[in-house]
Design a protein around this ligand. Sequence first.
Ligand code: CTP
Length: 404
Amino acid sequence: MFSSFAGKHIVIGVTGSIAAFKVAGWVSALAKEEALVDVIMTAAAQKFVAPLTFASLSGRRVFDDMFAAEQEGTMSHIGLAREADCLLVAPATAQTIARLAHGLADDLLTTTILAAQVPVLVCPAMNVKMYEHPATVKNLKILKEYGYHVIEPDSGLMACGEEGLGRLPEWDQVSQFVLREILDKDLAGQSILVTAGPTREAYDPARYLSNRSSGKMGYAIAGAAFRRGAEVTLISGPTALEPPPGVTCIPVTTALQMYEAVMGNYQKASVIVKAAAVADFRCTEQHREKIKKDSSSLMMELEANPDILKELGTICEHERQLLVGFAAESSNIEQEGQKKLKNKNLDLIAVNDILSDASGFAVDTNQITLIDRNRTVILPHTSKLRTADLLWNHIVDHKLLKGN
Ligand code: CTP
């Protein structure tokens, strides 16, 4: 299985919050992905979860005592702070955040973080009133000034019965921020605009024209770009997907709304990836009332939507912006791709064979052919997540980013 965590060394500092139990699942997920996970527990954390839980899941001894000679023997706190790929404090209590903000080094965790020469990520988790208290707000601001990456907590019902900000986010969100810290930032400095999903063209209040796009490919491209260091804006038609963490999402419904959103945002982008399956036509008339089935046939008049990609091809400053299109084809993949690359004045096109069960709409895998102005590359059949990274590899490896 493709894993970005394989071979990475992650140190997780667990502090005294009920959310500590959730981190056991994170350690298990990391170990399954073949990461090396070392856990440091504060004394308070051990009142919530036994060190043995983390030791069993990580397959490694848990660090909990600064003065235990045998723990120092395996790896000193200075070694952890220097040799890990990153330090993640999760859950981080108000108390630990305050200690870190004031540079205290009164246990193994705070000492390790004070000595850190690697990225430090902090996941606050506490009661909403504690989180909003000016002291905590100030302390978190100090941590950000130190260069620590503070991951905003989720909102919702907490163990204390109150509702609000302060819940520890899920691993599928936090992992994206961790990956952004530990992977090569080969898209750092890039501002990337991605479109994804279908558009819906209303016919009457109950019905619309649309297509089978799930948005999975575009979301994967946006998420991968974020992990590789880019600032990412995702303009998305209606999908069932959660926006990738760290990505600014602009939801739209119709092709005209997508057009407006793209035109309002394309100028600040250095890369534009148009993975959306935009409806080519919309209903000329949108009925205010539901159409009744009182006749045996129905004529529907359609009018063309703007071809957003084609328009971008004419207005983009190609010396400054990389324009990437997608094409859904059912035959002559390469020839059709070449034709669209030229007709729409693109730098790169990713062509899908929509008749294949292994690629195209709604499935989790894809097999695309990449055509740029100098070469054609057939990517392997793999997950859409992996395909997204292969697309960025192609762009980076062939120096297609503008300014290269
Ligand atoms: N596209 C767009 N605006 C449209 C239609 C398509 O921006 N109104 C973009 C899509 O986001 C995609 C690319 O154009 O990046 C290719 O779409 P595709 O449906 O394959 O091709 P079309 O240009 O619509 O041509 P045809 O349907 O004739 O194959």
